[in-house]
Design a protein around this ligand. Structure first.
Ligand code: FES
Ligand SMILES: [Fe+2]
Length: 374
């Protein structure tokens, strides 16, 4: 798991005005709430007084109030009030980490890291969102008992479709034809599947059975992925997946489906159903992969050219680790119940004096990096 990327925290609908909401991601606890203007904020959930959970408290005006002794924290993380010290200014150290937030596409995203704005990887842009002639569904959220990197790699694997997705006609791909194009924060591949007899397609349009289906996937950062499916005749589906690693073995997936056909709202139902059927086929596989997390060395799996996008993804993960962004999960697990960590927020680069320890990070050159790229 990596700091310094955008992560989905909850849907806009889930973040109700006047209610604090807990989210657990990357091994830490977060609290989300809306201020008086409805703007969403995401803070570290652990109260720096004596460890109260802010998400179990109340929202009072523009602040979230700890349920234990009533300290109030504003959206920027600063403690605005300590009731037992009435009339006194809270000490400078009374602050929790606050993360940059973008609420878009019906999802509350937070940048979990300390990079200044100019250096941050982008939040993937759903270009169909306001585009004429496209319909964008409400986010579909589901959880899987799988590690998020395993789930991402499943999406970057064009070969599995033939075996895992019979309802889609078991589309076959020639692994020599996988063409990978790197971009700033990830890579893209496109392939032709020599078949078109998918259930979904048959509902949309009658086309020449010999025409090819073109599809591809691109990822941005460790946890965001887009799949484009292009049917003959210009009928397209572009699907966005934003993955939230809840723990070392569970992932919450936010799925936004866009389409330039069958634009009537009545079709939303069967399109969601079709997609969830496919998602459940994938789920049955990724929930049973062993080990739960990807091995740290490529030599513990036998990869073939069909896995080339996955190899590229792992190279990028190694690159982000070498920048010092990979969380030292083993160390976090070893101190479970003993230490509360916070993901460092951008404010940590501007001021010191923080109460919580930052999450332990693997530093550049540690053995896992070398093994991954071996
Ligand atoms: S623990 Fe939060 S106010 Fe005391
Ligand atoms: Fe799949």
């Amino acid at each position: 798991m990596y700091i310094n990327f955008w992560y989905p925290i909850c849907t806009s609908e889930e973040l109700v005005q006047d209610e604090a909401r807990r989210a657990e991601l990357l091994g830490v606890r977060l609290v989300a709430f809306r201020d008086n203007d409805g703007a969403a904020h995401v803070l570290s959930d652990t109260c720096i007084h004596r460890g109260g959970s802010l998400s179990k408290g109340k929202v009072i005006g523009d602040c979230v109030q700890c349920p234990y002794h009533g300290w109030q924290f504003a959206g920027d993380g600063r403690c605005a009030s300590i009731p037992s010290m009435e009339g006194k200014t809270p000490p400078a150290r009374a602050k929790v980490d606050s993360y940059p937030v973008h609420e878009q596409y019906g999802v509350v995203f937070a940048f979990l890291g300390d990079l200044p704005e100019a250096e941050r990887p982008p939040l993937p842009y759903v270009e169909e969102f306001d585009k004429e002639g496209w319909r964008v569904g409400a986010p579909i959220v589901f959880e899987v008992d799988a590690y998020y990197e395993r789930s991402m790699e499943n999406g970057l694997d064009p070969v599995h479709n033939e075996f895992v997705h019979p309802s889609q006609g078991s589309p076959r791909v020639n692994e020599d034809q996988i063409d990978i194009q790197p971009n700033d924060w990830g890579a893209k591949f496109m392939v032709d599947f020599g078949y078109t007899a998918a259930e979904a397609r048959q509902k949309i349009v009658e086309v020449d059975e010999s025409a090819n289906l073109r599809a591809g996937t691109w990822y941005t950062g460790p946890n965001a992925m887009v799949t484009g499916i292009y049917l003959p005749g210009g009928y397209s589906f572009v699907q966005y997946f934003f993955e939230a690693p809840l723990s070392g073995g569970r992932t919450r997936i936010y799925f936004i489906n866009t389409r330039n056909n069958t634009l009537d709202p009545e079709s939303d139902g069967w399109i969601v159903e079709t997609n969830m059927k496919i998602a459940r086929e994938d789920q049955a596989i990724v929930e049973n992969l062993w080990p739960v997390q990807t091995p740290d060395t490529l030599t513990r799996e036998l990869l073939t050219p069909g896995d080339s996008v996955i190899v590229k993804y792992r190279e990028d993960l190694t690159d982000w680790q070498q920048r010092g962004w990979r969380i030292d999960w083993d160390q976090m697990q070893a101190s479970e119940h003993k230490a509360a960590y916070a993901i460092p927020s951008p404010a940590r680069r501007e001021s010191g004096n923080w109460v919580l320890e930052p999450v332990p990070l693997l530093s550049e050159g540690q053995p896992v990096a070398a093994a991954k790229s071996a």
